[in-house]
Design a protein around this ligand. Structure first.
Ligand code: UT7
Length: 324
């Protein structure tokens, strides 16, 4: 195979210091460690400290990824940041990250696709690199979802956490990223939403009263069916068999959703990277966080084939097939 492709040179991640366990949540709402564990697999989540912004989490993950890649921030020609919890309305968190990295001039922008954000950002960077418009790209997924949570709503507050993950992509003559599949259907906007924003209910936003709302059961069913379909689409598009996939690196929303996708791939859970028990759902950060964990603990090795997939608000969903 010849041509121009994007290859992952290095990965990094960061989790805020403060850990909140299911038992901590039992003190806030009527819930139990048993319910949360059985329904979601989650045992704990990390929570960003006061003054710790999404761009700070992103910076720590980005520095690690650059170090692993053996590249300097000054050599980046593209920064794509996936986040639903930006530091400010504007400038973009990518620009704030660029400033914190101390670099100037390269293109930097945010991508908003909620839990599918990292797959969207990876696809954008991959296409920039394939098209020759970038050579060294930083792709980050970072979130401070704890700031969007109603801590009196047990149906949502137990599910989410904060964190960041990053990859450095470089142009290469072989994949790398084989393909990305992106989809969205705005008809489902109200099933998973923070129903206020700048042009709708800005007062609620300003007063810190804009929270995540989710019709969990409906989202769950849609997620399982849709992720099953996108697995087939990814395999067909690349002309490969289920048995060719070495690792599933899924979005980490719910252990039961991850298991259903693994079954669809006939992959044993030992070939699935699962971090949801330790991180909860960190939205756009969850896939790069899981990837970095499995790269650093030695499970994922160079040359292995990874299937990444995600489903989230929008609805949005997508996948990426990547040779690490
Ligand atoms: O990342 C983006 C995509 N997001 C997702 O993929 C999340 C998808 N949804 C889910 O993961 C699951 O639907 C949940 C974990 C959110 C909920 O699990 P479920 O099995 O779908 O439960 P449910 O919503 O049907 O609720 C079952 C019961 C309800 O009580 P009743 O009405 O049966 O008496 C809830 O009130 O569980 C109750 N419940 C809780 N009980 C204890 C809801 N939240 C809690 C809680 N603790 N935290």
């Amino acid at each position: 195979m010849s041509g121009r492709y994007a290859r992952i040179l290095g990965t990094g991640s960061y989790l805020p210091e403060t850990v909140m366990t299911n038992h901590d949540l039992e003190l806030l709402v009527e819930t139990s460690d048993e319910w949360i564990t059985q329904r979601t697999g989650i045992k704990k989540r990390h929570i960003a400290g006061p003054g710790e912004d999404t761009s700070d989490l992103a910076l720590a993950a980005a520095r690690q990824a650059l170090e692993a890649a053996g590249r300097r921030a000054a050599d980046l020609d593209l920064i794509v940041m996936a986040t639903t919890t930006p530091d400010r309305v504007f400038p973009s968190t990518a620009c704030l990250l660029q400033q914190k990295l101390g670099v100037h001039g390269c293109a930097a922008f945010d991508v908003q696709a909620v839990c599918t954000g990292f797959i969207y950002a990876l696809a954008v960077a991959d296409n920039f690199i394939r098209a020759g418009q970038a050579t060294l790209a930083l792709v980050v997924g970072a979130e401070t979802l704890s700031r969007l949570i109603d801590w009196t709503d047990r149906s949502t507050c137990v599910l989410f956490g904060d964190g960041a993950g990053a990859v450095v992509l470089e142009a290469a003559t072989a994949p790398g990223v084989y393909s990305t599949q992106l989809h969205a259907d705005g008809d489902y906007a109200d099933l998973l939403t923070v129903p206020y924003g700048v042009s709708q209910g800005y007062d609620r936003l300003r007063q810190g009263e804009a929270y995540i709302e989710m019709r969990g059961n409906e989202v769950f069913r849609m997620a399982v069916n849709t992720l099953g379909r996108i697995v087939d689409e990814t395999l067909e598009h690349n002309g490969i068999a289920r048995s060719d996939v070495d690792w599933l690196v899924p979005h980490q929303a719910n252990h039961r959703i991850i298991e259903a996708t693994a079954r669809k791939l006939s992959l044993p859970m030992a070939r699935v990277v699962v971090t949801v028990h330790e991180h909860a759902n960190t939205s756009a950060a969850s896939i790069p966080l899981a990837l970095d964990v499995a790269v650093r603990d030695g499970r994922i090795r160079r040359g292995e084939l990874l299937l990444m997939e995600a489903f989230g608000g929008g609805f949005t969903w997508g996948s990426a097939l990547v040779r690490y």
